[in-house]
Design a protein around this ligand. Structure first.
Ligand SMILES: [Zn+2]
Ligand SMILES: [Zn+2]
Length: 446
């Protein structure tokens, strides 16, 4: 008798779990037609980072329609003259945990070459006054459609969860600074500190219908470093009367690569890229200085500190070994404004959500994917010490047949930011809604 009762309870639990997943899928399917028209509208009318005025208005309208209390123009950039178009929608449903759900809103200065009927034809002037085309080449438009779908689905399923959801439509992800602008304006003081933070991003090499996720570090710390190598200029024919900053710069570039190979624990990935080098004016003049711009990528904060210190030490050491006087030592500056912290997917939370997604999408449709050394300012929401458990997961955006065909032909698929990249809207947005809705329900279930 006891066994029968136990079996009955187990059956009820399984049935309830399935009912919840089916409810997420059902809500996603019924909302899809109207979400696709929102998606195509946003895709055809992209806005550059920090200028997301019209896009933010759509997000505010949709969150309000989904029953949220909405705050617009939220956020504070360092430049007081810049308006911030952050949108925060609060969905309250009694006592319980607080979960933050984030989408990004900005597009890129790319000329669209997808040939889609709803392709962007938008042009504008960038911050330097140059004429540029604008395109949603990173798929943030798909994120927004799935974000709105998630809000609608959770509004309809209020009997299945309790607590508070903070929906955040974030500006300026590509330019870095959007998430920080929202936190600086007191996102957590005003709307409450979340117990969990969730984000998603489409993936340009993952098949539609699949969710991908990386437990632990998924995106890197990204730092920008400027180095001015100061020498003593003179005639190109008399190097012995000069200190050549270009030769010193070349030595520094090689020596910096030994940080990865000789100073660093090989299991901690690091990248030191010299993306720009400029010095001199003419064949026969040894210049006074050379300037370099570096991109430095790491995961752990102690590795980040060590690499940045090593870059400075090596630059100064090379100059000193070359006989540059101390008052002409290189100037090494780490940009304290433009940096991205590493995104860390809380391993326990990731494990929990993988189980949820396997049930919702099928066990073969959830993939563990490799981390990248790219950057994502979603990291800000979990705070620098990762004290708020967070997960930023991937949504497959490419037709599996297209992946197979490109593989067969030995060709690379268009990457994010490519003029030819566009997610397949229907399954991508639908899986985004199912993935996000089922994750929120898991964390807030009654
Ligand atoms: Zn991007
Ligand atoms: Zn992106």
């Amino acid at each position: 008798m006891k066994i029968l009762a136990l079996l009955f309870v187990l059956c009820m639990i399984v049935r309830l779990a399935f009912a919840q997943e089916n409810a997420a899928e059902k809500a996603a399917t019924s909302e899809l037609p109207s979400l696709l028209s929102i998606y195509k509208d946003i895709h055809a009318h992209p806005e550059l980072s920090t200028r997301e005025e019209k896009t933010a208005a759509i997000m505010a309208r949709e969150l309000r329609a989904a029953g949220c209390e909405v705050t617009e123009n939220f956020g504070k950039y360092d430049n007081p003259n810049m308006k911030c178009y952050g949108v925060v929608g609060i969905m309250k449903n009694g006592a319980g945990p607080t979960v933050l759900v984030r989408t990004d809103m900005d597009a890129l200065p790319v000329e669209e070459e997808t040939g889609l009927p709803y392709a962007s034809k938008v042009t504008t002037k960038d911050d330097n006054g140059r004429d540029v085309h604008v395109m949603h080449a990173c798929g943030h438009d798909a994120h927004m459609a799935a974000f709105v779908g998630t809000a609608r689905a959770l509004q309809r399923m209020k009997d299945k969860w309790s607590g508070t959801i903070i929906f955040v439509a974030q500006p300026a992800e590509e330019a870095i600074g959007g998430a920080r602008a929202l936190l600086k304006a007191g996102l957590y003081n005003r709307f409450g500190k979340p117990d969990f933070a969730l984000g998603f991003h489409d993936k340009a090499d993952l098949q539609t219908g699949h969710i991908g996720v990386t437990p632990g570090y998924t995106y890197a710390n990204v730092d920008s470093v400027d180095v001015t190598v100061r020498g003593i200029g003179g005639h190109g024919a008399y190097p012995h009367k000069t200190k050549d900053p270009i030769v010193l710069a070349a030595e520094m570039i090689n020596a910096w690569q030994t940080i990865a190979s000789r100073e660093n624990n090989p299991i901690d990935p690091i990248v030191v890229t010299v993306g720009s080098i400029h010095g001199g004016t003419k064949h026969n003049i040894i210049s006074d200085e050379a300037k370099m711009q570096l991109s430095v990528r790491t995961y752990k904060s102690e590795v980040r500190d060590r690499v940045l210190t090593a870059i400075d030490r090596i630059a100064k050491g090379v100059a000193s070994a070359g006989g540059v006087p101390p008052d002409r030592a290189p100037i090494v500056t780490v940009d304290k404004e433009r940096y991205t912290l590493a995104t860390y997917n809380n391993p326990d939370l990731t494990k929990r959500l993988i189980e949820v997604w396997r049930k919702a999408l099928g066990p073969d449709n959830v993939e563990i994917v490799d981390p990248t050394m790219g950057g994502e300012d979603f990291s800000e929401y979990s705070l620098p010490d990762h004290s708020i458990p967070a997960v930023d997961f991937h949504i497959g955006a490419v037709d599996p047949e297209k992946i197979a065909q490109f593989k067969k032909e030995g060709k690379e698929l268009p990457t994010l930011h490519s003029s030819k990249f566009a997610p397949v809207p229907e399954p991508t947005i639908k899986v985004g809604i199912i993935g996000m809705t089922s994750a929120v329900l898991e964390l807030m279930k009654k």
